[in-house]
Design a protein. Structure first.
Length: 257
DNA sequence: ATGCCGTGGAAACCACGA
């Protein structure tokens, strides 16, 4: 089965591209981020007509996450990361899809760093680590997928020296991501391609896509129970080159049944 | 070093993104 993550940067504007990509690649489970739409403005009918059940957590203008599944309905487990009831951003949604648990996340950008936005990102990373640890304790097959806004290492950015002080690449952010891997999670794209340059995001400007000046910031972390089932992974780069594209490309893994 | 582009919402600009 195929599980994908895609930061759409506005689901209403991106709907034609999303539907075309769903039709062409037929992923079984899809995590979406940056819906940028209120709960009632999610295009549920069009997505249902494409063959997908969906749950989503919208927010006016910003953020917003969704989990799509074909074959079965995603059964919602939670729609916020624990640890801060005052955090009103729609950045996390979690569901059971058959025997699989899926966490879909949109981690804060954190720029400018230092500053309150960076502090919020670091707190969010701490909350994510705590929840991720709880999830692992169950021993279930779990995928944590989404836009992490974390460049894990130098190979994941076209020009590392230009990003050292950026909130996506600062040492404490990379350390927090590495801590997730130490818990037992596997970065499925990097596991599949240990030495390749793989990007999932390219800026809209400066011809970054045409120059392949990208970042790898969209990730699928899999729990130990899934490692032996990982048979492939990839990025649908061509989607980034379409007219009216998101600045992110869909990123996916393949699991043996 | 940089939001140069894109989206959304409010209001003909601004917030936000990475």
């Amino acid at each position: 089965m195929r599980i994908a993550t895609f930061n759409v940067n506005g689901i209403r504007t991106r709907l034609p591209i999303l539907l075309r990509w769903l039709d062409e690649t037929r992923p079984d489970i899809v995590c979406l981020q940056e819906l940028k739409a209120q709960q009632e403005d999610f295009p549920a009918l069009a997505i249902r007509a494409a063959g997908y059940h969906a749950i989503w957590h919208g927010q006016k203008s910003f953020n917003g996450v969704a989990i799509l599944a074909r074959g079965g309905e995603p059964v919602e487990r939670r729609r916020a990361l624990p640890g801060d009831p005052a955090d009103a951003h729609s950045r996390y949604i979690e569901a059971a899809v058959g025997p699989l648990l899926v966490g879909c996340l949109y981690l804060p950008n954190g720029n400018p760093a230092p500053g309150p936005k960076f502090d919020y990102k670091m707190r969010w990373l701490e909350r994510l680590a705590a929840h991720a640890q709880e999830l692992l304790a169950g021993g279930d097959p779990i995928v944590l997928a989404g836009d992490f806004n974390v460049i894990p290492s130098e190979i994941d950015v076209y020009k590392p020296e230009a990003w050292v002080n950026d909130a996506l690449f600062r040492p404490e952010v990379r350390a927090a991501f590495a801590e997730l891997l130490r818990q037992g999670w596997t970065d499925a794209l990097r596991q599949t391609y240990p030495n390749q340059r793989i990007y999932t995001f390219w800026d809209y400007f400066r011809n970054h896509y045409q120059r392949d000046a990208g970042l790898r910031i969209d990730h699928l972390l899999i729990s130990p129970a899934l490692c032996a089932r990982l048979t492939g992974a990839g990025v649908d780069r061509a989607v980034r080159g379409l007219e009216k594209a998101s600045d992110h490309a869909p990123t996916w893994i393949e699991l043996a049944d």
